[in-house]
Ligand binder design. Structure first.
Ligand SMILES: NC(=O)c1ccc[n+]([C@@H]2O[C@H](COP(=O)([O-])OP(=O)(O)OC[C@H]3O[C@@H](n4cnc5c(N)ncnc54)[C@H](O)[C@@H]3O)[C@@H](O)[C@H]2O)c1
Ligand SMILES: N[C@H](CO)Cc1c[nH]c[nH+]1
Length: 906
């Protein structure tokens, strides 16, 4: 929409427009260019100069109307190329454009406007008249005072007349709510004190003429706005003199109320280039749009240090641009932005990735759309800053595009259209599988059963498999989450916590103490006692894992097995004079993930916190998802204090793993992450472990809980069923396996009945139903077959409910933890007996152990060789080094042996 912002509209009447007039006009007014001059002058006018194109007059033409008429296509072309408006008296032309284009870009040239209909269609009016009454009438018909549509007045009957208007004319026309058209050949731009030029009106005098101040000091309030992102920088004052200097020089001048004329940046170098000066609607205030000089020590506008503006520091895109510019000049080594600047391929790949992610974000998930758009803008602006441009250039390009009236079809290139289709199809498939299962409350809760003797070899392999995890899809979800934590730290962490856990937090980190009296009061007293008992048992079992009986014990209280004791040093003299040692040290910084999505798990906080405490890790970050009100379960807080946690990270899922792996502004980076969790947690742990730059290791790929129960005919069906259900209730992905030794149909049925009836009484019956659906029963003939099945399956938990359970323990090859006998339910190990419940799942018990003190330690070896020891060992080392072709290795021994032989012969 066109608006009046200057009381004067210069009409170019020669192809040359000299400085400083050209500069002053480009900073303060549009320029009216007759069509016949357009091609010639366009290359010479300033890039900031708004301009209207004046078409030849149709009605005044003596020739036939067709000879002067300009086609709509030509007009569209002129607008596309950057003209702000077209001035024409051709109503056919105006009507040939759609309403929107005409109303925003076509100015009707006429001696009088008397049609409401035309007033609605056009963007403004150029009136050729000397009659002030006609001007008032046109301003009113056009509705300029409410809709801002401009009226320009050419006083002479012919716009090319050389009659010289005066500043009085400018004031009079401005008072009517219009701007005066003046030919440029009758304008000049004079500096303060310069003599008037005969036959010319001073453009700046004309510009200033209608300005009126209501202040005692006669200054004009002036809003200073950055041309990049339109950020307001401050409020200052202008005088006629300072405005004149600004328009003439293009460098901002203001009028200080204490110090008089103020050339901004004259001493500091932080000057401002004037992009435009506009008068407000009632001519008593100004807006200066400026470009702040970059690269000076104090490029900001505010007198308080190097602040961009006086109101507040920049935010959003403007802030991002300034950060990127700083980073480009001196990015901290190793920073991600520095990497992007120096690796165009990485930046290009990220731009493509982010654009695809934004395209895939669902409109209903508005936060996600904003999140992905922010990522894309970050990389897009990094690309621009790296190419030496910024928001101002982007905005200029947007403005130029917005001037185009020729609509392009806008279809996507075939390659991208195809990619988009494929992505939508993939998503539809995924959404189908992500739909919550429809559960039939009347259906029996029954585990599918098989007799080993009746299944084929390939069926056996299938039955031993875990429920499939869509690893690729889960990784695809986790990777962008991890990336945003790496790039945006706490800000991303808080957004993701709001998104996934529905908790709005101010900070993601809490520091000890975590549980004051108020918190402890919220815990049932018998639960406090239970936690204390569990702590004591688990601590006792883990403290005993410290190696206190090596060949050579060290430390202050080494014999007692006390927590303060150092681990014993393993020492072996492998040959005389050659002593080899191994000693352990705590891993310094550890992250302990305590799941919290579907259950409160203070037991997991104990299972991770106690071994880390016994190992003496110095930084222990407990991460757990907050509840929607932002709180953490008081039981977990109580345990956090008991195990000496140093930080509590209120976040869950992949984002918590990312925060601990990379570190954020508030969360320390850790060296190892331990703990179970859902598929997102497990996938994120695996991803960060594989990133060589991140330098973080993990305990194990612990996933959904599982149990395998071996039961014979002696087992109590109620006990067996209760053990199976105790793990089935953990999550829909949990799997439980019953291996029955020679059970009759009736014995199996008794267990199945118990499973069904006990499950229906559980509050988490819906979860149980889904887990039981993924579970199996296998009936074997013998104990050996049962044990073979268990060893092949490698369960997280193995429960043995048979007549002689201890004998079977000897045959266990693969399992996370074993529960021996009818009165050893897994729940005891899960919660309080002393063993650890963080155990390998998914068959990883073949190679991994559960969490223990050694999870939080590393072993270091050392050796010391005496001169006689080197005399004995050295020649063998030389021979082996020569055999491997490693002369330097051999030399390291030879030089010493030579020294020994020369000193013994001396
Ligand atoms: N093996 C063991 O020792 C052991 C011990 C206890 C629990 N577990 C297992 O831990 C798991 C706990 O899972 P949980 O969900 O209750 O808690 P969790 O803390 O592991 O996961 C919750 C988090 O998952 C993330 N999340 C949820 N939906 C998401 C989505 N669509 N996209 C991205 N992120 C998403 C959220 O960030 C949320 O904070 C269960 O599978 C349980 O069996 C295992
Ligand atoms: N069974 C889980 C380990 O797989 C641990 C747990 C926590 N609370 C109850 N059980």
């Amino acid at each position: 929409m066109l608006q009046l912002s200057s009381p004067i509209l210069p009409l170019l009447d020669s192809s040359v427009l000299d400085q400083p007039l050209a500069g002053a006009i480009s900073r303060s007014s549009a320029l009216l260019i007759p069509l016949h001059l357009l091609e010639k002058v366009k290359p010479t006018i300033s890039a900031n100069q708004p301009y209207f194109v004046l078409l030849p007059n149709q009605h005044a033409s003596s020739s036939s109307s067709s000879s002067n008429s300009i086609s709509p296509e030509t007009v569209a072309d002129i607008l596309d190329q950057g003209a702000d408006a077209i001035v024409t008296d051709d109503l056919h032309l105006i009507h040939s454009f759609d309403q929107q284009t005409s109303a925003s870009r076509l100015i009707y040239s006429t001696p009088n406007l008397d049609s409401q209909e035309i007033a609605q269609v056009v963007a403004g009016v150029l009136l050729t008249t000397n009659d002030h009454g006609a001007v008032t009438q046109t301003v009113s018909t056009l509705g300029s005072k409410t809709n801002g549509k401009p009226v320009f007045v050419s006083l002479s009957s012919s716009s090319t007349s050389s009659a010289l208007p005066s500043t009085q004319d400018v004031i009079a026309i401005a008072a009517l709510g219009a701007a005066l058209v003046v030919v440029t050949s009758s304008l000049c731009a004079l500096d303060d004190g310069q003599e008037a030029v005969a036959g010319k009106l001073d453009y700046i005098d004309a510009f200033l003429a209608p300005l009126k101040s209501d202040r005692a000091d006669k200054l004009f309030a002036t809003v200073v706005v950055s041309s990049a992102c339109s950020t307001s920088l401050g409020l200052v004052y202008s005088s006629p003199l300072s405005i004149r200097k600004s328009l003439l020089t293009g460098s901002a001048h203001y009028q200080s109320r204490n110090r008089g004329l103020w050339h901004k940046g004259e001493t500091s170098g932080a000057t401002q280039e004037v992009v435009s000066v506009r008068q407000d609607c009632d001519n008593d205030a100004l807006e200066f749009r400026v470009r702040q000089s970059k690269g000076t020590a104090s490029a900001g506008f505010c007198h308080l240090g190097n602040r961009e503006g006086c109101f507040s520091s920049a935010s959003g895109l403007a802030k991002l641009e300034s950060t990127l510019r700083e980073r480009k000049q001196s990015a901290p080594a190793g920073s991600y932005t520095a990497r992007l600047f120096s690796d165009p391929s990485l930046l290009g790949a990220k731009l493509r990735e982010e654009a695809a992610e934004l395209a895939d974000a669902k409109n209903e998930d508005t936060q996600h759309v904003a999140f992905e758009a922010a990522d894309l803008l970050y990389f897009a602006l990094t690309k621009c800053v790296s190419a030496g441009i910024g928001l101002e250039e982007i905005e200029r390009s947007l403005d130029a595009k917005s001037k185009k009236v020729t609509r392009r079809k806008g279809d996507a290139k075939e390659k991208f259209a195809k990619e988009q289709k494929e992505s939508e199809q993939r998503k539809e498939g995924k959404a189908e599988s992500a739909k919550p299962p429809v559960l039939d409350a009347d259906a029996p809760i029954k585990i599918k059963s098989y007799r080993l003797s009746e299944i084929s070899a390939s069926q056996r392999i299938e039955l031993l498999k875990r429920p499939s995890i869509k690893t690729e899809a889960i990784m695809g979800i986790c990777k962008p989450i991890l990336k945003s934590i790496k790039e945006r730290g706490d800000a991303a962490l808080l957004e993701l916590t709001a998104k996934f856990d529905k908790a709005q937090l101010e900070t993601p980190i809490r520091l000890p103490p975590f549980a004051n009296e108020e918190v402890i009061k919220q815990i049932r007293p018998d639960v406090v006692k239970a936690i204390d008992q569990a702590y004591s048992n688990i601590h006792a079992f883990h403290k005993a894992q410290k190696v206190t009986s090596g060949n050579k014990a060290v430390g202050p209280t080494d014999k007692s097995g006390d927590e303060e004791a150092e681990d014993a040093i393993l020492e072996v003299e492998t040959m005389p004079g050659v002593v080899c040692r191994r000693f352990s040290r705590p891993i310094e910084r550890v992250g302990l993930y305590v799941p919290g999505g579907t259950a409160v798990l203070p037991s997991t906080a104990l299972m991770l916190g106690i071994p880390a405490q016994v190992a003496k890790c110095s930084t222990k970050v407990i991460a757990t998802p907050p509840r929607p009100d932002g709180s953490i379960a008081p039981e977990v807080l109580y345990v956090a204090d008991k195990v000496g946690a140093t930080h509590l990270l209120c976040a869950g899922g992949a984002q918590a793993v990312g925060a601990m792996a990379y570190g954020t502004e508030t969360c320390p980076k850790v060296d190892k992450i331990a703990g179970p969790g859902n598929q997102f947690v497990t996938a994120a742990k695996m991803i960060v472990q594989n990133e060589t730059d991140t330098l973080v290791s993990i305990d194990m790929p612990a996933g959904p809980s599982e149990v395998l129960v071996i039961a014979d005919g002696e087992a109590d069906p109620a006990f067996v069923a209760s053990d199976l259900l105790s793990q089935a209730e953990h999550g829909p992905d949990s799997q439980v396996v019953l291996v029955g030794i020679d059970l009759s149909d009736d014995q199996l049925l008794a267990i199945e009945k118990e499973v069904d009836s006990q499950a229906r009484r559980l509050p988490r019956v819906d979860i149980v139903r889904q887990a039981i659906d993924k579970s199996v029963t296998v009936i074997t003939k013998t104990r050996e077959e049962a044990m073979d099945w268990s060893n092949d399956y490698a369960p997280e938990h193995l429960i043995i409910q048979t007549q002689y359970p201890e004998e079977m323990v000897n045959k266990v090859k693969n399992a996370g933890s074993v529960f021996v006998g009818a009165f050893t339910p897994e729940s005891c190990g899960d919660l309080a007996s002393g063993t650890n419940h963080v155990l390998p799942t998914y068959g990883f018990a073949r190679t991994y152990s559960g969490v223990s003190v050694s999870t939080f330690q590393k072993n270091i070896t050392s050796q010391q060789i005496s001169t006689s020891g080197l005399g004995l060992l050295g020649p063998h080392v030389v021979n082996m080094a020569e055999c491997e072709g490693l002369e330097a290795h051999a030399n390291a021994v030879r030089v010493r042996l030579q020294k020994l032989s020369s000193s013994s012969s001396a």
